[in-house]
Every structure is written in structure tokens, then in C-alpha cells.
Design a protein. Structure first.
Length: 350
């Protein structure tokens, strides 16, 4: 049975072209620096992201951890959004690995305000507070929004005034710049380091990229080793990453259009509340005024109808991806409608 999977874009399968490239990849020992396919990927990524050098890492979480460790000293404070991925979904790695503490702006509404960042920065002369060692920003936010480029530029300017580096968690950076219709370098020029994932909407099976200055990447390479990230003949994986950057980044607008279409279908369903203005990339967030029994049984009922959907954590999230067609979007909406037909108080919905 074929399932339509809208749980995330992490579920994407490598394309046939990727599988063929992986099978034929020329490899070496990447820890020694002589895997030609990894080297090609890193050079390509550095050029695309507008940085001097890049590093292939096992995952986005590993990439963010390496960057935080490289930028900070133990005991530092890191300014970040309270709902950002590093704070909420990376198992506290910032504390365990980098030994830093998060500082959240009180007025955080996903998009960080530059003046709030300015007011929270603490320097060497402040003996009562942790020194601000880093500012972390995101581009694709946890409510579906996308950080404005001007906003990021203003934060970066303030950070430079105080000698504080900025790291961009750009897991879905190519989704963000596709929505903004800009070159990715317009976004990455407002950060000192950036991490982007190859294994989400770009369909590579494994891996992410960290990019920055040559000196920074040299330090990051050592820290990757500390975290067990030296992967030897990693060219087999890097071969898929090259296709991800060269080709799969170009097809993301299709996912965005499908998300808008699916959002319109969902909004028309009984009990669904959805802000279509926040459907900017491939993510759809919505709430549903359904009986608790319906919400609790939602993943299982959808699974029975051939759709994999995550259990809501206060809010539902659907994510379109390379494995979800326009026809699949209709199937997902129709599956929910079918589920509601047998769930009071919606026996007559259509």
C-alpha cells in the first residue's frame, strides 16, 4: 500500500538519479580529506551559500551543535527565539555540548526583533550576567512564517557593533529564499555561519552543510570529529547532496504551491481554523475544533485511509514534499472529510 506522508519533509526518498549517483560515487577517506565527492559537495555548498568554506555533517542537529561549540565559550549566553529548533527540538544539545544557556527575548513572536537583541547583549564589563557569545536566528519559522531579510540584516548589524557572531539555522533555507524570490546569498550575508539541511525538502537521504570562513570551518571540522562525525567514505552520501543542491532546490516552488492548495482545502473542512497568510513555504499549521476523541484517534484514522499524519501537539502540522502530488493533496483532505463523517457532531458534512 502506498502512503501519502505529510508528517514532515524529512520523510522524502532519494530520487533515482540520487541512487544512481550514490552507486557510482568515487570515494576516499573524508577524515583524511581525500574523498573527492565530499570535497566537490563542500566546494559547491560554499559557493552557493556565499561563504569561504563548507563542511558536510551527518545532520542538522550535529551542524548546529558544531557551530555553537565553535562560536562560544562554556558559560556563555546565546540569544535565540524560544520556539526555535535549537531550543525546542535538539535535546538540549546547546547545554550538554556547548555548555551555554539560552536567553529568550520576552517579546518573541517567532520573528526576532532587532532592538530586543540589542537590549539583551551582555559584554565583558557585565560581571553579573553571562557574556553573550552568539545570536542564533532562523529563516523558516515554527509557525510557517519566513524571517524578513531586512530583519536579519538589522540583527547582524547590531551583533557586529558588539562583536557577537550570528549563526543561521537555515535547515530549510532554500524554501525560505524560494518564497522570498531572492538568491540565497542575500540571506547568508547576514550571518557568520549557516547550517542547511540536504535531507528535508531536497530529498538527500542523509546530511547537512555548515558554511563559514575557512578558519571557522577548520575549527568546525575538528569539532565534528569530537562528535563522532568523521564518516570516512562519505562520498556515497555526498553524491546525493550534490544533486540536492544543483537540482532539488529548484523544484521547491512546487511544494509551496501544493501547500497553498492543501491549505485551502483544509480551511473548508468543518471545525478547521487556518491562517492562509502564514502558508508561505511547504508547511501548513492549523487547529481543529473537533471532539477530543477525534483528535486523539486522528493519526490512526488517517493511517487507515492511507495517509501518515503526526499527532497534534497543540496544533496540527502538514508538510508537503517531493512525495506529495496535487492529487495527493485532494486525497488528504478527502480522508479527513471521510473521517469526520463517522465522528459526531459531523455526520452530515460534505
Amino acid at each position: 500500500m502506498r502512503y501519502i506522508d505529510v508528517r514532515s519533509d524529512t520523510v522524502t526518498q532519494p530520487t533515482q538519479e540520487m541512487r544512481d549517483a550514490m552507486r557510482l560515487a568515487v570515494v576516499g577517506d573524508d577524515v583524511w580529506g581525500d574523498d573527492p565527492t565530499v570535497n566537490e559537495l563542500e566546494e559547491l555548498a560554499a559557493e552557493r551559500l556565499g561563504k569561504q568554506a563548507a563542511l558536510f555533517v551527518a545532520s542538522g542537529t550535529q551542524g548546529n551543535a558544531v557551530c555553537m561549540m565553535a562560536h562560544t565559550r562554556r558559560g556563555d549566553a546565546v540569544l535565540m527565539g524560544k520556539n526555535c529548533h535549537i531550543a525546542a527540538h535538539e535535546a538540549g544539545s546547546y547545554a550538554m555540548l556547548a555548555g551555554v544557556s539560552p536567553v529568550f527575548p520576552l517579546d518573541d513572536d517567532e520573528v526576532l526583533r532587532p532592538e530586543s537583541m540589542r537590549s539583551l547583549i551582555r559584554g565583558k564589563s557585565d560581571f553579573s550576567n553571562a557574556r553573550t557569545g552568539l545570536i542564533c536566528v532562523e529563516n523558516a519559522l515554527s509557525n510557517g512564517n519566513v524571517s524578513p531579510v531586512l530583519n536579519m540584516a538589522q540583527i547582524y548589524s547590531i551583533a557586529q557593533e558588539h562583536g557577537v557572531p550570528v549563526h543561521l539555522d537555515g535547515a530549510r533555507i532554500f524554501n525560505a529564499v524560494s518564497y522570498l524570490n531572492i538568491d540565497v546569498k542575500e540571506m547568508t550575508k547576514s550571518c557568520d555561519s549557516v547550517m542547511c539541511c540536504l535531507s528535508k525538502g531536497l530529498c538527500a537521504p542523509v546530511g547537512s552543510i555548515v558554511a563559514g570562513t575557512r578558519d571557522f570551518i577548520a575549527q568546525a571540522r575538528r569539532l565534528r570529529k569530537v562528535l563522532g562525525g568523521g564518516m570516512r567514505q562519505a562520498g556515497i552520501l555526498a553524491a546525493a547532496g550534490i544533486i540536492a543542491l544543483e537540482k532539488m532546490a529548484l523544484r521547491l516552488p512546487e511544494d509551496h504551491e501544493n501547500a497553498k492548495y492543501l491549505a485551502a482545502r483544509l480551511k473548508a473542512l468543518p471545525g478547521v481554523s487556518l491562517n492562509e497568510s502564514l502558508v508561505k513555504t511547504n508547511m501548513i499549521f492549523f487547529t481543529a475544533d473537533w471532539p477530543e476523541s477525534v483528535i486523539q484517534s486522528f493519526p490512526g484514522e488517517m493511517d487507515r485511509r492511507g495517509v501518515k499524519a503526526a499527532a497534534p501537539d497543540g496544533m496540527f502540522r502538514f508538510v508537503t514534499n517531493n512525495g506529495v502530488s496535487r492529487q495527493d493533496c485532494d486525497t488528504v483532505a478527502d480522508a479527513i472529510l471521510d473521517m469526520l463523517k463517522i465522528a459526531p457532531p459531523y455526520p452530515y458534512c460534505r
